[in-house]
Design a protein around this ligand. Structure first.
Ligand SMILES: [Fe+2]
Length: 281
């Protein structure tokens, strides 16, 4: 038992989370007894603030599914969430100490297991935290796992990730995850709404992504997203918009291998670059 901590990008402090608790697949039991009263309060305050911001900005798919998470006045127990989630779509959530490496991540998704960080940010990090905590993972990601189409898409993504790892194409594929599951927008109610977890768990980016004139909003094209670099330390400069959830699942019926091969010949696209002829939404 025990794994090496995982760091993505550059940081001047060690990663959060106790990786000595992690099993070989990087999962760990949710340490429910370790939560303090302040932790539960932080969750409740984040939940209240964020759920009040959703109308008119978040996808109705997300708003409808949110109550399935259960408790909002305290941190939910994973096994309580799993009782409902497994019945709904055959998914379950599993605890992890923090970010985990790509291959174990893909392999959990391929088994319909979604890794959820089990610790919560400190009160002084209420507005912003660098790495995902339980609020991002649970509030941001888990409601849409109750949606059968998204549930199938994320599993297909996991399986695709395992293939991409063999082909050395994880970077290209992970940009698809970034621009859909983390920062995706969807056409709804005559405008766009957010369905990406990175947006849904952020107070500021929710309004910015939907209403600000600053970022680009483009129709999602698989090859375009795979080539597009992204920012991890600011709001996104480009968002990709889907017509409906089924569009995501439809992507996964094609073999990505020829696409990776073709895209390797092409340059990457900057986070706020537009290609000639591209029309913004
Ligand atoms: Fe996330």
């Amino acid at each position: 038992m025990g794994q090496a901590p995982v760091v993505y990008g550059q940081s001047d402090r060690p990663p959060r989370g106790d990786y000595s608790r992690a099993n070989a697949d990087y999962t760990c039991a949710q340490d429910y007894a370790a939560y303090t009263e302040a932790d539960h309060q932080t969750y409740q305050r984040l939940y209240e603030r964020q759920s009040a911001l959703l109308p008119g900005l978040a996808s109705q798919h997300f708003i409808d599914a949110l109550p399935s998470l259960g408790a909002k006045e305290r941190i939910p127990r994973f096994e309580e969430v799993n009782e409902r989630l497994y019945k709904a779509t055959g998914w379950e959530i599993v605890g992890v100490p923090g970010l985990i490496p790509e291959v174990p991540f893909f392999s959990l998704l391929a088994q319909r297991k979604f890794p959820v960080t089990d610790w919560i940010r400190k009160p002084e990090e209420f507005e912003y935290i660098v790495e995902p905590d339980i609020f991002h993972d649970l509030f941001g990601h888990v409601p849409l796992l109750f949606n059968p189409v998204i549930a199938d898409f994320i599993q297909a993504y996991g399986k695709g990730g395992l293939k991409a790892a063999e082909l050395g194409a994880c970077e290209m594929l992970s940009r698809v995850y970034w621009y859909t599951i983390e920062f995706g927008l969807i056409r709804e109610s005559g405008g766009v709404r957010a369905y990406g977890a990175g947006i849904l768990s952020s107070a500021g980016e929710l309004d910015y992504s939907v209403n600000s004139p600053e970022p680009h909003r483009l129709p999602l094209q698989l090859a375009r997203a795979m080539r597009t670099l992204y920012k991890i330390d600011t709001y996104q400069q480009s968002y990709f918009v889907i017509d409906d959830m089924q569009q995501l699942l439809d992507f996964t019926s094609t073999d990505f291998a020829p696409l990776y091969k073709q895209l390797r010949q092409l340059p990457t696209i900057g986070a706020k670059e537009l290609l000639p002829g591209e029309q913004l939404i």
